[in-house]
Write a protein that binds this ligand. Structure first.
Ligand code: SAH
Length: 416
């Protein structure tokens, strides 16, 4: 199988936190563990890992992973298996220390700087990441890595199956689609939108050239269309997708993010899970938990994980959701109140979810069945090199809280 290697340069075009000049940009909230505090946390986790017989020696290696072997990315990026792909049957054996309870599911951008995934994998009990580009399941690309300890046999997809091409999703765009635009799928949906000026510039460039336009004009237009996921809405006229179209492509119910500003909607949607992809992985829980699940949802965002479970018909008895963005919390709460009967407990900051609080929740609910979340990738992805400081970046280092919390749940449940 052909393999490509993790190079920072290939990250462009697929990421959280988009920016007007760059495809992607880094976020700005600086709020993380200080170096010394992190060292202490790592020391603590090392002890705990020893108790589990985990790969504690790994902690001696640098945390930024700069001396790690790069992790090869599969090509095609289809994960362990895809819906309806009966030909391949992959089995995997999890390392002993990785086996739950609880089940956990971690997500981040596939194209992170060198060594990042090796480090994440080492902290998450040496589980091999499952890299999937959502373009194999829906009409938009989204290259993500998932580390989880779920079984991978007998997965099933959400129904109805989502559209796999632009024209399946939005047939009315066909009318204006020029023959020289070969796109049939969209690129990774981003956190920001293109400007009206760009639409105007493209319209001018096309109006002043023949039909078909010269190759140089085609190239200019195609580059911008790919970068911004522009669609043809009139003669020579392109436009960015509307938030409800992005919701649809990502598998959210219509108007899921409605009621907050457009910029906020794009930002939250651009950072979210692709629901069909995540649901496919989580589908194995359905038979295991006929009476429902208790979920600890970290970095919940707009609730891609919760929507996936709901669409699978898995009842959520309790969700303890940790999300710092007030707008995101409002979106999740709005959806929850309309669709759920279980209990939603909201916490703002992962840092305030201490090991003691975790132990209390575990006693109260009899444990968590699933710990799910994707920590921010602001320092991992993007073409802005200055901010791509790897896992030690202010935001990306929140990953260590994910690990700390899973580990705390594991040990609290071990004491039950
Ligand atoms: N998987 C989610 C989105 C994850 S993006 C979804 O489907 O929508 C990462 C999220 O982490 C963002 O929503 C961001 O607001 C949140 N976040 C950032 N710092 C945080 C912190 N310290 N505590 C909790 N959440 C945080």
């Amino acid at each position: 199988m052909k393999q490509i290697w993790l190079l920072p340069d290939v990250a462009a075009g697929d990421c959280h936190y988009g920016n007007l000049s760059d495809y992607e940009v880094t976020g700005s909230c600086f709020d993380s563990l200080g170096g010394r505090k992190r060292a202490r946390l790592m020391e603590g986790s090392k002890k705990r890992r020893k108790r589990y017989g985990g790969a504690a020696q790994g902690n001696r290696r640098p945390l930024d992973g700069s001396h790690e072997e790069p992790m090869p990315l599969p090509n095609p990026m289809i994960g362990f298996n895809l819906p309806n792909d009966r030909l391949r049957s992959v089995t995997r054996r999890l390392p002993q220390q990785a086996i739950g309870p609880p089940f956990f599911y971690y997500e981040n951008v596939a194209l992170a700087p060198k060594g990042v995934w090796a480090t994440i994998s080492r902290f998450l009990y040496d589980i091999e990441p499952e890299f999937v580009d959502s373009k194999h399941l829906c009409a938009a690309a989204r290259k993500r890595g998932y580390i989880h300890n779920l079984p991978i046999e007998n997965r099933f997809p959400l129904l109805p199956l989502p559209p796999k091409t632009i024209f399946e999703a939005f047939p009315h765009y066909k009318k204006w689609w020029p023959s020289w635009d070969p796109r049939r799928q969209l690129n990774c949906l981003q956190t920001s939108m293109s400007s009206a000026k760009l639409t105007e510039r493209i319209q001018c460039a096309l109006a002043s050239s023949g039909n078909p336009p010269p190759k140089s004009v085609q190239k200019y237009v195609m580059d911008e269309c790919r970068k911004w996921n522009l669609v043809w809405v009139g003669k020579n006229k392109v436009a960015h997708l509307e938030p409800d179209e992005v919701e649809y492509l990502l598998g959210f119910p219509r108007d899921h993010t409605r009621g907050v500003g457009k910029t906020e909607r794009f930002k939250s949607l651009g950072n979210s899970f692709q629901v069909d992809t995540v649901a496919y992985h989580l589908s194995v829980l359905k038979d295991m938990y006929p009476n429902g699940v208790n979920v600890l949802s970290l970095f919940t965002g707009i609730g891609g994980g919760e929507v996936a479970l709901h669409r699978l018909g898995i009842h959520m008895k309790t969700v303890v959701s940790v999300e710092i963005g007030e707008v995101n919390r409002r979106i999740l709460r709005g959806w929850w109140d309309q669709t759920q009967t279980g209990t939603l407990i909201e916490i703002a900051d992962v840092k305030s979810l201490t090991d003691d609080r975790i132990a209390t929740f575990v006693r109260r609910f009899g444990g968590f069945d699933l710990v799910i979340g994707g920590s921010p990738c602001n320092n991992l992805a993007g073409s802005n090199r200055h901010h791509r400081d790897g896992l030690e970046g202010e935001q990306s280092a929140l990953f260590y809280h994910y690990f700390r919390i899973v580990d705390a749940v594991k040990s609290a449940m071990g004491r039950m």
